[in-house]
Design a protein around this ligand. Structure first.
Ligand SMILES: Cc1cc2nc3c(=O)[nH]c(=O)nc-3n(C[C@H](O)[C@H](O)[C@H](O)COP(=O)(O)OP(=O)(O)OC[C@H]3O[C@@H](n4cnc5c(N)ncnc54)[C@H](O)[C@@H]3O)c2cc1C
Length: 265
């Protein structure tokens, strides 16, 4: 509702819904052929153009008219004055950050960092009866059917000589003129009151060898390729494929923790 007020000056859910409904009708899209048409048919032209179009194009490096409609089956729209992005009852990060949580979980367990499974594959495959593999599934099978595409993010981090740069942990920049997609101001995750502040600008780009693969590109072409690898993975007895790279699926943290607890090894 804060957004709708800033956009159109409306103050009630009814007024906001009426504008969206009118724009949906005006667009008259019954059979959306791409992401642009799908988004307009869901939320109307204004929200699509101001909040979705250029941000999505930066994030995916592809035009919305060239992205498939099925990527956004629905767009969650909330008619309340709550500015939180998600509807979850609890939001935040573990106290002290994820490193502290992972350190605690791995306490007393032999752990090797900066170690690539593929650099010593034979050795790793023979030191345990079971393997949970969380790397790229296409690499695991030597790219035999071809390479899956991933998106990555480059972070540009700065320390600023001010206590509060943007007043929030995450601000998204939806316009194409600004090359980054968002700025993270880390201290706000933990309600920091330090005299300086650390910010990271996020630049989205296509994944290339040497960078960290982050997001699967779940279009039809890549999903079909993944399914070929999945057939091989399903036949493995001692290897469990888990996570966004091995299952070629986008997960949020809560969902990946849930999946980790559910998975049977
Ligand atoms: C920029 C960014 C922002 C995000 N923000 C949020 C957010 O605000 N909220 C939210 O809920 N989620 C967020 N996520 C998603 C969240 O990070 C993922 O849901 C979570 O990390 C997925 O866990 P995973 O185990 O699948 O993969 P990962 O956390 O990536 O774990 C996979 C592990 O496998 C290791 N690995 C891969 N290949 C090899 C190899 N060859 N040899 C050895 N090790 C290997 C990697 O180093 C990594 O440690 C964000 C993700 C990104 C990229």
């Amino acid at each position: 509702m804060n957004t709708f007020y800033a956009l159109w000056g409306v103050k009630t859910p009814e007024e906001a819904q009426a504008i969206i409904e009118k724009q949906k009708q005006e667009a008259g899209i019954t059979d959306p052929k791409n992401l642009e048409e799908q988004a307009i048919s869901l939320v109307g032209k204004d929200i699509y153009e101001i909040l979705i179009k250029e941000y999505t194009e930066k994030q995916w490096g592809r035009k919305c008219t060239e992205l498939p409609a099925f990527i956004i089956k629905r767009l969650p729209v909330r008619f309340t004055f709550d500015n939180n992005y998600f509807n979850d009852a609890y939001q935040g990060i573990p106290i002290g950050g994820y490193n502290k949580l992972i350190d605690g979980l791995l306490d007393g367990i032999e752990t090797r960092c900066h170690t690539d499974f593929f650099e010593n594959r034979e050795y790793f495959e023979n030191i345990a009866e079971k393997i949970v593999f969380s790397g790229k599934i296409d690499e695991f099978y030597n790219y035999q059917f071809g390479k899956l595409e991933y998106r990555t993010v480059r972070f540009e981090t700065e320390i600023l000589d001010c206590p509060n740069f943007q007043g929030n942990a995450v601000i998204n920049y939806t316009e194409k003129e600004i090359p980054y997609t968002r700025i993270i101001e880390h201290k706000h995750f933990e309600f920091g009151i330090q005299p300086k502040t650390v910010i990271s600008k996020e630049y989205a780009s296509e994944w290339q060898e040497g960078s960290e693969p982050m997001y699967p590109v779940n279009d039809e072409k890549n999903n079909a390729l993944y399914r070929q690898y999945k057939i091989l993975a399903d036949k493995e007895r001692n290897i469990t494929f888990g996570g966004r790279l091995a299952e070629y699926k986008y997960y949020d943290m809560d969902k990946i923790v849930e999946q980790g607890l559910k998975i049977s090894i």
